[in-house]
Write a protein that binds this ligand. Structure first.
Ligand SMILES: [Zn+2]
Length: 264
């Protein structure tokens, strides 16, 4: 698993000795809150959707101290800073004024006002990606998939909130609102999508590989635990239909890039 802001040092960011990115290498308290954002850039509706990548690149170049743990768009999930998955140390991102400790940030690469007008297939894909990520965070840190208001957050209640909820004085993302209802962001639907994943059962997507890799004709998937596993044809068809990115290597290239040691 790679993290964009660790892989792309920001020349305009002060060097704190642990890399050049807007954030801290160690979060000082265990995450209890997940804050949902929109990036306030326009959704990229023309394939390939590079909205999330563009925002990640912005964070890797700007001198403004800002970052999220993860950004999603319709066809990608860009992890910017580690949130404790895959054995990583949970980093602090700078996404919520005065509330970045114990708080994980996820953002949709779009404007809050676009929810009613954006292509609904685009929205569904992006929501699914965010729900996948948030469910992993909930499971990792034992955060319940429930909405948490500013007073509850102040009282230390664990759950999911929005930037405009926590910082109403100058933010309205992700729903162009400072309350959960009315809001342009589909809070109930989103929480439902996260719960679906946490409940397991029907949900096959919780084991979605991050990448499909064709190595001399054999298909491997890279899973959240960092292990590569050979996939059967039906699995490959399922995940490629879900839009999981694919790369192809020869065995020699692969051995050079990753080594065979981690392939299960
Ligand atoms: Zn925000």
């Amino acid at each position: 698993m790679t993290y964009y802001l660790l892989d792309h040092p920001n020349p305009n960011c002060i060097d704190r000795g642990d890399g050049r990115y807007h954030g801290y290498m160690v979060m000082q308290a265990q995450p209890v809150l997940i804050t949902v954002h929109t990036t306030e850039s326009f959704a990229d509706l023309i394939a390939p959707d590079t909205g999330a990548e563009a925002v990640a690149n912005y964070f890797a170049t700007t001198s403004t101290p800002a970052s999220y743990h993860t950004i999603v768009d319709s066809d990608s999930t860009v992890r910017c800073l580690p949130a404790g998955l895959d054995g990583t140390i949970c980093h602090t991102a700078f996404h919520c004024w005065n509330r970045n400790t114990a708080n994980l940030g996820i953002s949709f690469a779009m404007r809050a006002t676009e929810w009613p007008t954006v292509d609904q297939a685009w929205a569904t894909k992006a929501l699914n990606r965010a729900a996948d990520e948030v469910a992993l965070w909930c499971r990792r840190w034992d955060i319940p998939a429930r909405l948490v208001g500013v007073g509850e957050a102040d009282a230390g209640m664990a759950g999911i909130s929005g930037h405009g909820i926590l910082q109403p004085e100058d933010r309205t993302d992700p729903g162009a609102a400072t309350v959960f209802a009315p809001s342009l962001f589909p809070w109930d639907r989103f929480i439902g999508m996260v719960l679906e994943r946490l409940d397991g059962g029907e949900d096959k997507d919780k084991d979605m590989p991050a990448l499909l890799c064709n190595i001399d004709g054999s298909i491997y998937g890279c899973f959240a635990d960092g292990i590569w596993r050979m996939l059967g044809g039906a699995e490959f068809t399922h995940w490629s239909a879900k839009g999981v990115d694919q790369v192809a290597y020869t065995k020699d290239e692969w051995a050079t890039l990753r080594g065979w040691g981690r392939v299960a």
